[in-house]
Design a protein. Structure first.
Length: 176
């Protein structure tokens, strides 16, 4: 019985050590959004790839979201990792290649009109408190624009999602 108690105690200590280590790790993860200047610089240096992503997103009518975790389409089956779900594997690989080229985490599009195509460039947080920065192409000029995301991040919380114009129909979008 004594060996059993020792094993349980060691397991509890090991588990608590793991939880503490995970907490310290999460505490020091970078959770500040990138500077808008660096995001815009990256966009400008990869502009043809962003234009290619926009064209792909707007032409794939059933696509909602795509990332290395898989594809979400308008079909009610949910998220799939090709070849499951009927999304072409070659097209999935093309998306991943271009997303990797621009250093993005994923992309999404709207099914509504006016159409929009967004590329997720940063996300941090957990569960219901995840914050995002995206580069979006929009058919129409959006409301709730700010002159600077860096200045927006200094405003008191809670904040509403905002856009910052880049060029043409391209905007930064942030919900942080």
């Amino acid at each position: 019985m004594n060996k059993s108690r020792t094993w349980v105690q060691r397991s509890i200590v090991l588990f608590l050590s793991f939880v503490a280590l995970a907490g310290v790790f999460l505490l020091f993860l970078p959770n500040s959004p990138p500077k808008e200047e660096s995001v815009i610089r990256n966009f400008n240096s990869h502009r043809p790839a962003y234009e290619h992503l926009r064209a792909m997103l707007l032409s794939d009518d059933q696509l909602l979201r795509i990332a290395d975790w898989g594809v979400e389409t308008a079909h009610p089956e949910g998220i799939h990792h090709p070849p499951e779900g009927g999304f072409p594997v070659a097209r999935f690989q093309e998306y991943l290649s271009v997303l990797n080229e621009v250093g993005a985490k994923g992309a999404s599009t709207s099914r509504e009109h006016p159409k929009e195509a967004c590329v997720l460039v940063w996300a941090a947080g957990w569960a219901g408190d995840t914050r995002h920065v995206q580069i979006c192409w929009l058919e129409h000029e959006p409301g709730s624009q700010v002159a600077s995301l860096d200045a927006f991040y200094q405003t008191p919380k809670p904040r509403r999602p905002v856009f910052r114009h880049i060029d043409g129909n391209w905007y930064l979008w942030a919900d942080w």
